[in-house]
Ligand binder design. Structure first.
Ligand code: XMP
Length: 508
């Protein structure tokens, strides 16, 4: 097992992911972990992550330095490297200028870590730099701006990289990490999703004890996989709640019920709250207002439902890692709030439910792998994400029953064509957007004056960035033909060719 100490870098989950991709189990723990706790976990190696702070800031994260003396192999990355250099008697200088971006890595000595690589590119993101290494360490690589870009103390099995090996911008980063994991730490590539599932189930069982859990089901893969894990852990003490907010796609509630019954054998409560949502949304046009209203009503309805279940103490959520990053801003982090993803913010504290988020270290593709491991249907596993606020954020302007019904028809045609042409798995998401403006057309020799449907199809690995899908023109032509012919009220279809950034995936 490799233990990652989280000094707060945005990339720390990526470190864990790289380790797990090499089939080695990996846990992430906060820096306040004690040496005794580390000893109890028996890690084969420790990676100290990067962090946003300067080592000299008052609030900069610290850890028990006794961990550095336990004889466990250690790899410090960026802040982690500076932390261990300083703690072991080296010197770190504070610099006003940050070195950020690509740099050419010049290798001086291959040592244990750089065996498989030649001079290569690496990704830097730091302000402070190591000036002098502690005794017993030698510098093995440099860049133009960083004289100690990699260092090692083979005797103590302690290594440091000033650059980030975990990001894609360091092309040989994984090779370097592998040398640490396999050669230095002696790990075996034997960890699998099966083990992750077994461990999660065990952890949930331990945490919940004999109490009850409630889970809000969205119909997507994340909440379904979460439900499946919790169900496996505590059986009938799990109750799943699905709220029909009236903003769902065609047949969605029914399909969900069927799929759920087949895949997850727990109790499900279907709550119809269409009217509440739609009346609160009437005449609201501002995207953030829509999101906030939907979020608030969701919480009210969910809370009322939770109160009907006696003795429920836990809330299970399908939060995955990208949600955690993107919602950081919602919790007071430095980045700007782009959209209020209400289902990440969670429920109000007054409900006093303790959270269970077994997927919060996983990326979407890992969640899918886990779902397959748990035996869920492929159809469910490969469902495209669907936002909590549903079609309300795909209808520009005010949401009405009429517009919902139009959009549902358009969306069903689009998804049918995507499925028929086997594009489902190639895309992150495909959906339709209804524009509130009308344009002129001609159908059967008659003038039409109707709404526009926009088609959005994107590819992505984790929704943090996305590109518009290069769907074949013939497929787009068929989609457009069918929409305009089959949906009365739409006379024009356009295709969205914006990537993220600068666009977002959803239009609102
Ligand atoms: P954006 O539009 O922010 O979307 O680029 C990124 C991914 O998140 C989905 N999305 C949401 N999912 N609740 C959700 O569960 C939300 O409020 C929400 N808003 C956007 C979106 O569909 C895309 O996959």
């Amino acid at each position: 097992m490799i233990l990652v100490i989280d000094f707060g870098s945005q990339y720390n989950q990526l470190i864990a992911r790289r380790v797990r991709e090499n089939r080695v189990y990996c846990r992430i723990e906060p820096p306040d972990i004690t040496a005794a706790e580390v000893a109890a976990m028996k890690p084969d190696g420790i990676i100290l992550s990067g962090g946003p702070s300067s080592i000299y800031e008052d609030e900069s994260p610290q850890m028990d330095t006794a961990v550095l003396e336990m004889g466990i192999p250690i790899l410090g990355i960026c802040y982690g490297m500076q932390f261990l250099a300083l703690a072991m008697g080296g010197e770190v200088t504070r610099s006003e200028k940050r070195e950020y971006g690509r740099a050419d890595l010049i290798i001086r000595e291959k040592g244990s870590l750089l065996k498989d690589v030649r001079d290569t590119r690496c990704w830097m993101s730091h302000g402070d730099s190591i000036e002098t290494l502690p005794r017993g360490f030698s510098a093995i690589a440099l860049t133009r701006n960083t004289k100690i870009a990699a260092a090692e103390n083979p005797e103590k099995k302690i290594y440091g990289l000033q650059f980030h090996p975990e990001v894609a911008h360091t092309p040989d980063g994984v090779k370097i990490m592998r040398r640490f994991i396999f050669d230095v730490c002696g790990c075996e590539p034997s960890w699998t999703m099966k083990k992750f599932a077994a461990d999660s189930i065990e952890k949930i069982r331990e945490k919940v004890g004999d109490k009850k859990v409630i889970l809000g089901l969205s119909g997507g893969v994340d909440s379904s996989v979460t439900a499946s894990l919790v169900q496996a852990a505590i059986g009938s003490r799990l109750t799943c709640v699905f709220i029909d907010n009236g903003l769902l796609r065609e047949n969605e509630a029914l399909d969900l019920k069927k799929t759920f019954k087949k895949n997850i054998a727990s109790k499900i409560r279907l709550v119809s709250a269409k009217r509440k949502f739609l009346s609160a949304l009437s005449k609201v046009t501002d995207p953030e207002k829509k999101r906030k209203i939907i979020g608030r009503i969701f919480v009210d309805v969910f809370e009322a439902e939770a109160q009907k279940i006696k003795g429920v103490e836990f809330l299970a959520q399908g939060t995955i890692y990208p949600d955690v990053i993107e919602s950081k801003s919602a919790h007071g982090g430095p980045s700007a709030v782009i959209k209020s993803h209400h289902n990440v913010g969670g429920l109000p504290e007054r409900m006093k439910l303790k959270l269970i988020e077994p997927l919060n270290s996983l990326f979407k593709d890992e969640v899918r792998e886990l779902g397959l491991e748990l035996g869920l249907d492929e159809g469910l596993i490969w469902r495209h994400p669907f936002p909590g606020p549903g079609l309300a954020i795909r209808i520009m302007g005010a949401v009405t029953q009429k517009k919902l019904s139009l959009l549902r028809k358009v969306d069903a045609i689009l998804l049918d064509e995507i499925e028929k042409n086997k594009y489902g798995r190639k895309l992150w998401q495909a959906f339709a957007v209804l524009l509130p403006i009308k344009t002129v057309g001609v159908m059967g020799d008659k003038r039409t004056y109707d709404h526009i449907a926009a088609i959005r199809a994107v590819t992505s690995k984790d929704a943090m960035t996305a590109d518009w899908a290069r769907l074949p023109h013939d497929l787009l032509a068929e989609i457009s033909n069918r929409i305009i012919n089959e949906v009365d009220g739409i006379n024009r279809a356009v295709y969205d060719i914006t990537s993220k950034p600068p666009g977002t995936i959803e239009w609102e």
